[in-house]
Design a protein. Structure first.
Length: 463
């Protein structure tokens, strides 16, 4: 099958960057990204390429190169589905907030709507690719919807999970550790797999392209995220023990990371992991395990989330305790709101939960994040439904300038590991603060001894 047109449903953090790279690397293929959200599409089409809705280092250059040539962003979902031979589904799959599996299972309503729309529109054979992270056996549900259209169109369903991490999306897409494609073992299934392999072969070496059955592919994605998150919860669990015993978590992480069987990555103790994937995928894994009666398996993985929640709580409790057991009417600056550096994404960011706790203690929060707007900060707090919007507005302010945010505050908390934070003039910040001046470094990125020399009372994680 010769692929000339690709459509991607969902212009979010996965669909946008992934399609931009496919378009850049495959100029012979027309790539159209569609979304129901007209504002988001308008932003992707903004004349000034720096205004695209997702901040990722290097992404605007890729979009500038391919947009209008063979990369298009549109709200005309039906047209794009009709024309494409391959349709990627990259819509959001949040944790269910209602009904059976509430708070645990993935909400597949957006996926199902896509499948139904494809079924309605398609007039010729299509390859449908699951790009969003999905529970195992979702492909089966998509297939069942598509196969029952009765219009004689043949669909092949592939699972092609995305492993990119935000903040390094472009790099990860250009140089992936592996591309995973799961499909049917039938001849037709194998042909569909090959068609997608051919797309990736435009820039990925053949030995990095792995093909499996659909279920292995779906489960591998959940497993990869569960393992990564588990490493963070493991190191965070030990950070608490370090604080009690006089060991230093950075030293422990370094010492164990030099064991080649363990490896050095994902051992950075922190205020807790965030992001749209880890928690959602583990909850999903837990839900699936429980649904098969595998309670021990479910409990084992659930502990990763319990530990992460504990770490966030421990951070906010630590601030309150250290500030003489009350933060009422005290001003606390937050450096960072995004869930990690180099992204404007705030989904499940630890900052939201820590701020929520501190506002509950009547503190006033002053936020500075180089890429996150005040509107987003407020929306994140409102989403928790802990108190009214008005109360959230009273509890949190945002600043365009870090020195302004830190002026007159009692304490500074580092919530995101943005590189620039370590470069600030900390003496100047100290001079402008209430005394004693506290720093709670939730990312262990500041130079502790220098800060202490200036006069700060410094508390990091795990030391
Ligand atoms: C993750 C997976 O890495 C990626 O493969 C998958 O496709 C999507 O989920 P992402 O959530 O974008 O990617 O970022 P990641 O770099 O994994 O960080 C997740 C969270 O863990 C962040 O809050 C980060 O700050 C935190 N983290 C990461 C730590 O606290 N310590 C570490 O050592 C690493
Ligand atoms: P992700 O991180 O998985 O990319 P996002 O929430 O950033 O998730 O993006 C998902 C996008 O999918 C959103 O912009 C949303 O508007 C879009 N979307 C959801 N359902 C549909 C649909 N049926 N048709 C088109 N777009 C959809």
């Amino acid at each position: 099958m010769k692929i000339t047109k690709i459509c991607c449903i969902g212009a979010g953090y996965v669909g946008g960057p992934t399609m931009a790279i496919i378009a850049q690397k495959c100029p012979q293929i027309q790539v159209t990204v569609v979304d129901l959200n007209a504002e988001r599409i308008a932003d992707w089409n903004d004349e000034d390429v720096n205004n695209i809705p997702i901040y990722e280092p290097g992404l605007s250059q890729v979009v500038a190169e391919a947009r209008g040539r063979n990369l298009f962003f549109s709200t005309e979902v039906d047209k794009a589905i009709d024309e494409a031979q391959i349709i990627f589904i990259s819509v959001n799959t949040p944790t269910k907030t209602y009904g059976k599996g509430k708070g645990m299972a993935a909400d597949l309503k957006y996926i199902e709507l896509c499948a139904r729309q494809i079924a309605k529109i398609a007039k010729d054979n299509k390859i449908v690719v699951e790009k969003s992270t999905l529970p195992v056996r979702t492909a089966e549900a998509i297939k069942s919807i598509l196969d029952n259209t009765g219009n004689g169109v043949q669909f092949q369903i592939l699972s092609n999970p995305e492993f990119l991490a935000e903040g390094t999306a472009v790099e990860d897409l250009l140089h992936p550790d592996r591309i995973l494609i799961g499909g049917d073992e039938t001849a037709e299934g194998q042909k569909a797999i090959q068609a997608l392999v051919d797309v990736y072969s435009n820039w990925v070496a053949p030995e990095k392209i792995l093909t499996t059955n659909v279920w292995s592919s779906e489960l591998s994605k959940l497993t990869a995220n569960a393992f990564l998150a588990q490493r963070i919860s493991s190191i965070n669990a030990l950070s608490e023990l370090c604080e009690k015993t006089g060991a230093n978590i950075n030293e422990v992480a370094k010492a164990i990371g030099m064991d080649s069987r363990i490896g050095p990555k994902f051992l950075k103790a922190s205020v807790g992991f965030g992001g749209s994937c880890f928690q959602k995928d583990i909850l999903n894994l837990v839900y699936i395990a429980k649904s098969y009666g595998l309670n021990e398996v479910a409990d084992y993985w659930e502990q990763v989330i319990i530990m992460n929640d504990h770490q966030k709580k421990r951070f906010s409790n630590g601030i309150v305790q250290t500030l003489y057991n009350t933060v009422a009417d005290k001003k606390i600056a937050f450096l960072g709101w995004a869930f990690k550096k180099d992204t404007n994404d705030t989904r499940e960011s630890a900052a939201i939960y820590v701020a929520n706790d501190l506002i509950g203690e009547q503190a006033k929060i002053a936020v500075y994040d180089p890429k996150v707007s005040h509107k987003k900060v407020l929306a994140d707090l409102d989403y928790l439904e802990t108190r009214s919007s008005k109360k959230n507005e009273e509890g949190v302010q945002s600043f365009e300038n870090p020195y302004e945010a830190c002026k007159d505050v009692h304490a500074i908390a580092i919530l995101t590991e943005w590189d620039e934070f370590a470069q600030y003039d900390w003496q100047k910040i100290y001079n402008g603060m209430q005394k004693p001046a506290f720093v709670f470094d939730g990312r262990n990125i500041l130079n502790a001894s220098e800060l202490k020399k200036i006069g700060f009372i410094y508390q990091g994680i795990g030391a």
